[in-house]
Design a protein around this ligand. Structure first.
Ligand SMILES: [Zn+2]
Ligand SMILES: [Zn+2]
Length: 59
């Protein structure tokens, strides 16, 4: 099976992160997992309670 890879930017260090779809991207330089806000698509580090973009709670 072919892995679907997607690239996003780390909001903290601007590194390109290549990750497999359905998995959370992990930034190696920051050692953090990036989560996506379901409301606005904004990026935040795992453990953040509210989206820095729209202020809604992240799960
Ligand atoms: Zn980073
Ligand atoms: Zn948001």
């Amino acid at each position: 099976m072919e892995e679907k890879k997607t690239v996003c930017k780390c909001p903290y260090c601007d590194a390109d992160i290549e990750f497999i779809e359905d998995m959370s991207p992990f930034c190696q330089p920051c050692s953090i997992t990036i989560i996506t806000c379901e409301s606005c698509g904004g990026k935040a580090r795992e453990g953040t309670e509210n989206c820095p973009e729209c202020g809604k709670p992240l799960k």
